[in-house]
Design a protein. Structure first.
Length: 62
């Protein structure tokens, strides 16, 4: 999902999600960090939108 949205700039997002505790709370906490990541040439609104899409997908899988 991050790669689809950010392409080759998705590494930091994937690293944060990969290091998250595999519990629901851990995944939610990792998603909450996504909008605050600083990525060169990526607008913060794009990161916020990605986080919202991730939250929606997570809720749909519960």
């Amino acid at each position: 999902m991050a790669e689809d949205s950010l392409g080759n700039r998705a590494r930091k997002v994937k690293d944060i999600l990969g290091a998250a505790d595999p519990s629901l709370a851990g995944i939610e906490a990792a998603i909450d960090q996504v909008p605050s990541i600083s990525l060169l040439f990526v607008d913060s609104s794009r990161l916020e939108q990605l986080a919202q899409e991730m939250r929606a997908r997570l809720k749909s899988h519960l």
